[in-house]
Design a protein around this ligand. Structure first.
Ligand code: URA
Length: 204
């Protein structure tokens, strides 16, 4: 086991016991993140949804299925070769009733984001992909909408960052056949170029 793995495991143990914000009172599981501790590529989403809260794993619901297809069928690499994390590790829901998901609020982000920042430091990915507006806003410290900033390179502490649409936004707006899906694939191709990964000919 290398140092990264051990340090990430220690961090995960701390996160598993975290009660820094009110999301700790309703969560079933802390969703720390998963993948290769030395991944070249880190995906950052917003926060766990229902399936993630139940399983303790990131992106395993419907939007997770789309993300997994993009990684495995599109990019042509096993999901386990990248790392997948979120800004907040516990599920934020409207009225805290565990029915409808919502974006994390500023206080929740402030409490939880040190875990993500430490994950980035330990994994030290070559490229970060942010999924959706909240992740892009947090990492890039911008209020510009995702439509304007996606598809272009930005930077976080010297790491190239590619913001793209959140898979759930793609699913809500036409899914696999929508133009947004093509936009995501264009963004992902730029990421693969940057990493010098071979780009499969099929459309991811
Ligand atoms: N949406 C996210 O942003 N993250 C997840 O883990 C699942 C859905």
């Amino acid at each position: 086991m290398n140092e990264n793995t051990t340090a990430l495991e220690t961090l995960q143990q701390t996160a598993d016991a975290c009660v820094k914000c009110r999301l700790a009172t309703t969560r079933k599981r802390v969703v720390f993140g998963e993948g290769n501790p030395q991944a070249e590529l880190l995906f950052i989403g917003e926060g766990p949804g229902r399936q993630e809260d139940l399983t303790g794993r990131p992106f395993v619901g419907r939007s997770g299925e789309l993300l997994t297809r993009i990684i495995e069928n599109g990019m042509g690499v096993p999901r386990s070769t990248v790392y997948i994390a979120n800004i907040v590790k516990c599920r934020p829901t409207v009225d805290m009733k565990m029915e409808k998901d919502r974006a994390p609020d500023p206080e929740e982000v402030a409490c939880c984001s040190p875990y993500l920042l430490k994950q980035i430091e330990l994994i030290a990915p070559r490229v970060i992909v942010t999924l959706g507006s909240p992740a892009a806003k947090f990492i890039l410290k911008t209020d510009t909408g995702i439509t304007k900033i996606r598809g272009r390179w930005h930077e976080f502490k010297g790491i190239p960052v590619m913001p793209t649409f959140h898979p759930s936004y793609v699913l809500r707006n036409g899914g696999e056949k929508s133009p947004l899906r093509k936009d995501v694939w264009e963004d992902i191709k730029l990421v693969m170029q940057k990493l010098n990964w071979p780009i499969p000919t099929q459309n991811g």
